[in-house]
Design a protein around this ligand. Structure first.
Ligand SMILES: Nc1ncnc2c1ncn2[C@@H]1O[C@H](COP(=O)(O)OP(=O)(O)OP(=O)(O)O)[C@@H](O)[C@H]1O
Length: 239
């Protein structure tokens, strides 16, 4: 039994088949990368995993339990957390309160939620911003807050959606460090990322998709050298 398994999932939006018979497994402790050109179905796969959209067909298993069909809050409570590509902090709340909102999933105690949120802010390098209004954060700090909020739900599997998008090279390095720290903390990760340096550098295995279909699955090296991947990403001239 795999830690996490997606079996033959399909998602139709009207006449569009956004996800077309995708299957993969993720083992505990892995960083599993998901790549593909714009509109290839990556975010939709996250939305299917966390129960935001129902599957058209297929099955999803987490720690041996079938989870497709469950609502997002139940899937989150079982231990699957996620960040969003478009970062949407609760803007009228402080950074600390935003993270506490996640921590309340597992405790109703304000004291405990606050203590856990402070630990997570420290872990994400945001402690010094704890009292700031979330709306005043820089893009890089908003991305950290997004990760902190997801970590506060105490996931065993974390879905990271374009954590490094919009960051400068130094901020990107810092984002990589945080992701690797999350892995060291024992959390399994599925990551969607367009920045090749990030995804190739940190993933144990990668699934490449195009138009909702698998084109290749393997180690970063295998994926980087795969003719279909090169074609999908860089066009025929590079294949
Ligand atoms: N709610 C929806 N209703 C209709 N079509 C949708 C919906 N969500 C996504 N799609 C379509 O499904 C396809 C896959 O979209 P998706 O956002 O999953 O791609 P992506 O790989 O995450 O793209 P990007 O890299 O640009 O974020 C696209 O054609 C998109 O327009």
């Amino acid at each position: 039994m795999s830690f996490f398994e997606v079996k033959n999932i399909v998602k139709n939006f009207g006449g569009l088949r956004a996800v077309n018979d995708i299957s993969f497994t993720v083992e505990q402790g892995e960083i599993f990368g998901l790549i593909g050109p714009n509109g290839s179905g990556k975010t939709t796969i996250f939305n299917l995993i966390n129960g935001f959209y129902p599957l058209t067909s297929g099955e999803i298993y987490f720690q041996g339990r079938r989870i497709d069909g469950l609502p997002p809050h139940k899937i989150c409570a079982l231990g699957i957390g996620r960040t969003f590509q478009v970062v949407k902090p609760l803007k009228r709340m402080s950074v600390l309160e935003n993270v506490m909102a996640g921590a309340f999933l597992h405790t109703s105690s304000i004291v405990r939620a606050r203590a856990r949120a402070l630990e997570i802010l420290e872990f994400c390098g945001l402690y010094h911003r704890k009292d700031m209004d979330a709306k005043n954060l820089t893009i890089a700090d908003r991305k950290r807050l997004e990760i902190a909020r997801a970590l506060a739900t105490e996931p065993q599997l974390l879905l990271l959606d374009e954590t490094a998008a919009g960051l400068n090279p130094k901020e990107t390095e810092e984002a990589i460090k945080i992701i690797l720290k999350i892995k060291e903390a024992g959390i399994t990760i599925i990551i969607v990322e367009h920045i090749m340096k990030v995804i190739m550098g940190i993933s144990d295995r990668i699934l490449a998709i195009s138009f909702g279909r698998e084109i290749a699955i393997g180690t970063p090296k295998e994926i980087a050298n795969h003719p279909e991947v090169i074609k999908a990403y860089l066009g025929e001239a590079y294949a």
